[in-house]
Ligand binder design. Structure first.
Ligand code: MRU
Length: 346
């Protein structure tokens, strides 16, 4: 299963809005279509939208011949893609990297050469994410004690990344070491990424998945049915405050109340070193219809007001550790994140 790939000048992606009922792949050469796919959550999850956006910039350059034309079309595409979703930092980091390739190509070369460098950069972003996911799994599985059951929220799996996932990569790696008993999965209202996507990935990997409504998480923790909570992230501030799918914060509070460790798993590309705390993270608000309708049926009266933030911010003091591709970070995160920034990449 490939969530997103580049095939001969086209982007091919799995339409996640149709899962688990249909596995339908979409191929497009149109960056506008790709931007819509990100907005509609056909492609979703922080690292996956970064990879998709990078390929989108390559698509935009397709019909241009001169380097100047490539720069004009690609810059326009970067603006369109940057306006799709505001919270996941991977989108902006990927677009910045593509912009830098455009800038660096100013002095020299042909249109073909510039386009090739754009594709190389997009493929590098994809490859780095695959490697990061693998590393997160290897490192994070050490935190899971044999015989553990764990709880997760939303989908931080292969569908959300270019590789095996972040939180799910830890679960997959721990399961390969036979450490995982079962995984409790929050359904993750309103768009049901847990119910539709995470359970689908776990079952495909022969891992027992127990689906719960979001409001059942309290009982699961109170009854000590899980030994860890592990989630992904959309943006992590320099002090460790973590934005992730709405409902993550409630889980972290519950985990603290019941003395269950709460872990975040994310690649270093999800850390936004430029912001001091979670207060600076822009939280996307989604359309009211995503709450008032379920699968084509209205479930709330017309005229009701809705508050629908897509993400929340978990304060760093509720997080036991952040599993990254460059090591497991322990509190105080201000210090461990800063030292990560100053270490050269190996
Ligand atoms: O709105 P979504 O489905 O894009 O939200 C996704 C999440 O919140 C994930 O937990 C996060 O992106 C981590 S993905 C490895």
């Amino acid at each position: 299963m490939k969530t997103i790939e580049w095939i001969d000048g086209l982007v091919r992606f799995l339409d996640q809005t149709r899962l688990p009922l249909e596995e339908q792949y979409v191929e497009t050469a149109d960056v506008g279509r790709l931007a819509d796919a990100i907005k509609r959550l056909e492609i979703r999850g922080a690292p996956a939208i970064g990879v998709a956006a990078a390929f989108g910039v390559v698509l935009a350059s397709r019909d241009a011949t001169s380097p100047d034309q490539i720069r004009t079309l690609s810059s326009r595409a970067i603006q369109t893609l940057a306006s799709t979703r505001p919270t996941a930092v991977n989108l902006f980091t990927a677009l910045d990297r593509m912009s830098r390739v455009l800038e660096a190509g100013k002095a020299d070369g042909s249109g073909e050469g510039l386009r090739a460098r754009l594709l190389e950069e997009a493929q590098a972003i994809q490859k780095e994410d695959i490697d990061a996911c693998r590393r997160i799994g290897e490192l994070g599985s050490a935190l899971i004690l044999p015989g553990s059951s764990v709880l997760t929220h939303c989908n931080a799996g292969a569908l959300a990344t270019a590789g095996e996932g972040t939180a799910l990569s830890v679960i997959f790696a721990a399961s390969r070491k036979t450490r995982i008993e079962r995984v409790y999965v929050d359904e993750t209202r309103p768009l049901l990424q847990g119910a539709r996507l995470t359970t689908w990935e776990l079952l495909k990997n022969n891992i027992e998945a127990v689906l719960i409504t979001d409001s059942t998480a309290g009982v699961v923790l109170q009854q000590q049915r899980v030994q860890a909570v592990i989630v992904g992230a959309d943006r992590i501030a320099a002090n460790g405050d973590t934005a992730n799918k709405i409902g993550t914060y409630s889980l972290a509070v519950l985990a603290e109340r019941h003395h269950v460790p709460f872990y975040v798993a994310a690649p270093v590309s999800t850390i936004d070193f430029t912001i001091a705390s979670g207060a600076e993270i822009t939280i996307e608000e989604r359309a009211a219809e995503e709450v008032t309708w379920i699968a084509g049926t209205r479930v709330a009266p017309e005229g009701v007001s809705v508050f629908a933030p897509a993400f929340d911010v978990t304060p760093n003091e509720l997080i036991a550790a952040i599993v990254t591709d460059r090591g497991i970070l322990a509190p105080p995160f201000s210090r461990t994140i800063a030292s990560l920034r100053s270490q050269p990449r190996v």
